[in-house]
Design a protein around this ligand. Structure first.
Ligand SMILES: C[S@@+](CC[C@H](N)C(=O)[O-])C[C@H]1O[C@@H](n2cnc3c(N)ncnc32)[C@H](O)[C@@H]1O
Length: 292
């Protein structure tokens, strides 16, 4: 059953950490002229109209991207990765939109790089196709299919360079296991894949899902690849908090992504903490398997 709709959450703190990390990965791939391939297994609708009924219901962007964009700080004084993220978001925000991961990849990739977007929800897929179709981009493929099945069918890419974003809704407790299986299967066929997995940090209120992200990270680390994780917490992990933050687990990370992301997130949490009276926003980046 697919009921999750990302429009309710577009531009929130979870999108901020996920999209910062993903832009960092793409930036690093762009350092070489050789084309690369990006895979987005859980693409969503591509872009989000922040005025529509879903996005404006809880206005989650107001405690995410809006906090960061409205600091008044000159871009020049910001960490490079944060500057890249804000520069990419600005034209969308000017139209009162937020770019989802497909729009971010499509904007950041070069004409020679490939992009595969996979979305299973029929209504979300229709929006994705319409939103991305407007861009008339070369080498962009929109698939109505299961993201993990798509990875099995489409990897390894030629040439053998690229990255995968895995961003499931985690509505079902079984989705954590599906991520592990999906990542394992990719590495059997594509050892060099750079993989970003987003995960929620959930308090005891989440019941069976409480602790599931932590367990998933342990199992991903046990695959033995170089990996680090970066997290932001926007409130304290009290039993009743629910989702108190989120993280990205990066396997085969590009060189220096850890420090670039850490600088950007340290700046971000200052803004997330600054205007929220009950918030104690913090960030933490830690290597699990060091890259030697
Ligand atoms: C968190 S949203 C994606 C947000 C998007 N990655 C972004 O950052 O803008 C998750 C999406 O995955 C879709 N989905 C759920 N299970 C899927 C599967 N097995 N394969 C492909 N898409 C799936 C949902 O319909 C939903 O649109």
């Amino acid at each position: 059953m697919l009921s999750y709709q990302h429009a309710f959450h577009a531009g929130n703190h979870a999108d901020v950490i996920k999209h910062l990390c993903w832009i960092g990965v793409i930036n690093s791939l762009k350092k070489k002229d050789k084309p690369f391939t990006l895979f987005d297994t859980h693409a969503g609708a591509g872009t989000y109209d922040l005025n529509d009924a879903m996005s404006s219901k809880n206005k989650e962007y107001e405690t995410g991207i809006s906090r960061i964009i409205n600091t008044g700080a000159e871009h020049d004084s910001l960490p490079e990765l944060l500057k890249n993220y804000l520069t990419l978001c600005e034209p969308f925000l000017a139209k009162h939109q937020y770019p989802g991961s497909p729009a971010i990849s499509a904007t950041a990739k070069r004409a020679t790089d490939n992009l595969h977007l996979m979305e299973l929800h029929p209504a979300e897929f229709d929006k994705l196709e319409a939103n991305m179709g407007k861009l008339h981009l070369r080498k962009m493929h929109v698939h109505k299919r299961d993201g993990y099945e798509g990875l099995r069918a489409l990897t390894p890419p030629k040439p053998n360079r690229g990255a995968i974003l895995i961003d499931p809704p985690y509505e079902r407790a079984s989705e954590y296991g599906e991520v592990i299986k999906g990542v394992e299967q990719v590495f059997k066929r594509w050892q060099q894949a750079q993989i970003v997995v987003w995960y929620p940090l959930l308090s005891e209120r989440a019941g069976a899902k409480h602790g599931a992200s932590e367990l998933m990270c342990d199992k991903l680390a046990a695959l033995g690849k170089p990996c680090f994780k970066a997290e932001i917490c926007v409130e304290k992990n009290t039993p009743e908090a629910g989702m108190y933050g989120s993280g990205v687990f990066v396997l085969n990370p590009p060189w220096q992504l850890d420090s670039q992301l850490e600088s950007a997130l340290q700046n971000v949490v200052l803004q997330l903490g600054a205007k929220s009276s009950d918030s104690s926003a913090s960030t933490h980046v830690s290597w699990i398997n060091e890259d030697h």
